[in-house]
Ligand binder design. Sequence first.
Ligand code: NAD
Length: 495
Amino acid sequence: ALIGLGYLAYGIYEDRHPVDQKPPDPSKKTLVVLGSGWGSVSLLKKIDTENYNVVVVSPRNFFLFTPLLPSCTTGTIEHRSIMEPLRNILRHKTASVTFYEAECTKVDPVNRVLTLRDNSEIKGDIAETSLPFDYLVIGVGAQNTTFGIPGVQENACFLKEIADAQKIRTRIMDCIETATFKDQTDEERKRLLHMVVVGGGPTGVEFAGELQDFFEEDLRKWVPEIADDFHVSLVEALPNVLPMFSKQLINYTEKTFKDEKINIHTKTMVKKVDEKTIFAEVTKPDGTKDMIEMPYGLLVWATGNAPRPVVRDLMSKIPDQAKARRGLEVNDYLVVNGTEGIWALGDCAATKYAPTAQVATQQGQYLARLFNTMAKTQALEEDIAHLEELGHATASPDDKKAIATEIEAKAKTLRRSKRLMPFQYTHQGSLAYIGSDKAIADLTFGDGNNLTSSGQMTYLFWRSAYVSMCFSTRNKMLVIMDWLKVKMFGRDVSR
Ligand code: NAD
């Protein structure tokens, strides 16, 4: 308890602001970091900013704790509880970091310059400008893929950013209020109360679980007239949901969904969407295919990632990236193939790993070590060159000997620090919430040993793991308070 209190006090009172930091040094090499997600932020946390002139560019001036985003769609968690201002992260660095809230729209890898666009609603005199760089780290993430399926972009909600969660939250209540409007037709009420999630990956599964909880724990009580017609459906093209989890956990999830009355439609591939209906192709047990129509009120589309336009544009400029599809191809040191001094990490990089927060975090930590080592190596090389000059200049044999010893010691350190290992990912496991106070966990420990667990105890583990991973003490407290608030008063059903 004492350690906890000490930690809390430290979190609240530890106070450093840009005025207390060393100013950025433009004579140092300019390192531009694009993005403020898992990869970029974990790099910024660990990098020694005194060695570079660090500039961060991101269209959002905060870090978002994405694992709890599905909980924001139903008001279990308030969105501010999982946002951490980037400036609060950067003020802890010894040398200050420049931040521009802007979207990087173009990367010129030859002239080493970026095009930045200010996308905020308020327009200043300058809306677009350029930024030169010596080193560049691209951590811009990915966008939602629609596979070009007609009608998805226009009619579906996505679940990547805070604004997406807010839109879904409003949309759920809109559907309910319209469904219960005076003289509403039966057919229309049923349609409006049909909530469809497409994509049975962790995003789709977690959202479906949260939405069914919202209905069972709150909506059913507050708006009893929707009780018979409110339904959540999960649509997945493959034969089962959560392909990255073990068979046992997949079965457990599918059984839990059945008990929760969430309809799972596997082997169902959505082909087209219009304002009110989803058109999907179902593969029947005998292998034949059938087209079905699903009227819906809310459609949440969670079918994975596609590269962002800025990444696609950069890929098209680099011949070595001609075959790249999923994102920027990188070597074992995360350097973008076909470039020098440009690295990519997280969801915008195509690697052999799944695009998860865990991978991005470890890549960010790796790159921070790499940049810290690069600076150390350069300082050692400069020291050695200086000592060699001194050695040549001195006539005294004793001084020459002392300098030679010092050079040898520094050269040894230099050799050691140059031995940088390639990036290696350590998978710690996967966790997912599946509704009705149950979670699933596929944990890896030691030498690749696996432990799977599911149920309510796993849910407690899920909660404690996510709280401990929240960015700041403030975030941790807000998340715990949100959970307590929902336990005591239920969720807020206002639109
Ligand atoms: P995903 O790629 O994991 O799953 C998308 C699913 O959509 C696939 O199973 C695919 O078969 C299905 N699909 C694609 N097109 C379809 C169509 N037309 N009709 C029906 N189904 C279709 O996507 P995600 O859930 O957004 O996850 C993205 C990444 O983020 C993954 O690597 C995932 O592991 C990670 N993630 C992890 C967690 C967690 O660990 N708790 C949570 C969220 C995301």
